[in-house]
Design a protein around this ligand. Structure first.
Ligand SMILES: Cc1cc2nc3c(=O)[nH]c(=O)nc-3n(C[C@H](O)[C@H](O)[C@H](O)COP(=O)(O)OP(=O)(O)OC[C@H]3O[C@@H](n4cnc5c(N)ncnc54)[C@H](O)[C@@H]3O)c2cc1C
Ligand code: FES
Length: 369
């Protein structure tokens, strides 16, 4: 589920100008670990604004096709002059291997404007405790939020529980340690490793009920009203943390998560069954001051149908995770193959994700943006 915590993004007052694309110049490529690099982009002369926790969509021609993938910004708009994302290699993955293998300093890369709802407003008057659960590359949005919280909210604190395979897989290890020392009492990092070296002083093994109980004894208790839980990491880790937090009676409204990869746990085997439709239906899409009508075949998503007709709609992950394609159904019914990306309240308000959406009535009108 990717959504804003504390405040839902309200775009009513914004003037929308369609998806923006930028050619960003690579300023630096930093090898963070054996399989993760940080790509630092120069801010263009017209600054790209973003919120901590949002992601950039990187677009690169690979094997004759424009491939796009979402990467959370690990830079903070309050701290860093440049924009940065960290990419961790996925075995057999197209983009996550192409970028570290080919990208050079000075090269330009096409990106789509920052998007995403996994963000918050930072206020100097806030007094809150953010308890973060990060796993592997899931540290990236957390890093941005940590930097922004520490610098913008003098009375807030952050606890980061960071799970990794082994000590060499810890992304931003030194930077986190430096921030922890520099901002004593404001940031507390607890590492958990699957496999720990002999001299490891921290935690190792599966984050289970007993371990969480021990961790919570070490974490300051700011009370339920002032504590928020954030998580981003592999699906198994997030499911586990959700279960553990539920067992501690922490309400779902206090927990916010960002998913990088489509879940496989509890998945319906046959996606076509979700829509259960056998006929094509017309969908009206309102976007960027224009209205488009598309005929969506039963085995097609609304987004794919629109893209095939050359309609330039915003999208990134194409798997119902990132919400870049989010729209509101003003009428009609849309079935989603994947509902994880939207919160219950967003669904109740009529929000849909066009990348996993199929019309099931003939009167679907979707407003995007
Ligand atoms: C909102 C959002 C933010 C993201 N931020 C980051 C980020 O900051 N850093 C980062 O490295 N990635 C991030 N990702 C994941 C990223 O977008 C890509 O999915 C990832 O880099 C794999 O792309 P690929 O083209 O290499 O793999 P693909 O060719 O798309 O996939 C190859 C195989 O790997 C599986 N797979 C895909 N992603 C993962 C994964 N993360 N772990 C395990 N298996 C996977 C796929 O299911 C597929 O089977 C983010 C994703 C989303 C939706
Ligand atoms: S494109 Fe990511 S949720 Fe639809």
């Amino acid at each position: 589920m990717a959504f804003s915590f504390f405040k839902k993004s309200d775009k009513k007052d914004e003037v929308h100008n369609g998806p923006h694309y930028f050619d960003l110049k690579v300023k630096n490529v930093v090898q963070e670990t054996k399989d993760a690099v940080t790509i630092v982009f120069e801010q263009p002369s017209t600054k790209i604004n973003y919120k901590s926790g949002q992601f950039l969509t990187l677009i690169a021609p690979i094997q004759g096709k424009d491939v796009r993938r979402a990467y959370s910004l690990c830079s903070s708009p309050f701290v860093d002059n440049d924009l940065a994302v960290t990419v961790k290699r996925v075995e057999g993955g197209l983009m996550s291997n192409h970028l570290p293998d080919t990208l050079k300093v000075g090269q330009t890369l096409k990106v789509m404007e920052p998007m995403g709802q996994f963000t918050t407003e930072f206020k100097t008057t806030n007094k809150r405790h953010l308890i973060m659960f990060g796993g592997g590359s899931g540290i990236t949005p957390m890093m941005s939020i940590i930097k922004s919280t520490i610098t913008q909210e003098p009375d807030s604190i952050v606890t980061l529980i960071y799970c990794n395979r082994d000590i060499d897989s810890i992304i931003f290890k030194e930077e986190l340690s430096r921030m922890e020392t520099q901002d004593e009492g404001r940031l507390h990092v607890i590492h958990i490793l699957d496999t720990a070296p002999m001299n490891w002083q921290g935690y190792s093994g599966l984050l289970n009920h007993d371990m969480l109980a021990k961790l919570f004894e070490r974490i300051p208790d700011w009370g339920i009203d002032r504590t928020t839980y954030l998580m981003c990491g592999p699906e198994g880790m997030m499911k586990n943390v959700e279960t553990l937090l539920a067992a501690r009676n922490i309400s779902k409204e206090k927990i916010f998560k960002e998913s990088f990869v489509q879940g496989t746990i509890d998945k319906k085997e046959d996606k076509k069954e979700v829509s259960g439709e056998s006929k094509a239906r017309e969908v009206t899409i309102r976007y960027d001051g224009q209205e488009f009508k598309v005929m969506v075949e039963p085995n097609m998503t609304i987004l794919q149908t629109a893209l095939d007709q050359g309609i330039d709609l915003p999208y990134s992950c194409q798997s119902g995770l990132c919400t870049a394609c989010r729209g509101k159904a003003l009428s009609g019914q849309v079935k989603l193959d994947e509902e994880e990306g939207l919160s219950q309240s967003e669904r109740a308000e009529g929000y849909v994700l066009t990348c996993v959406g199929h019309p099931v009535t003939d009167d679907v009108v979707i407003e995007i943006g």
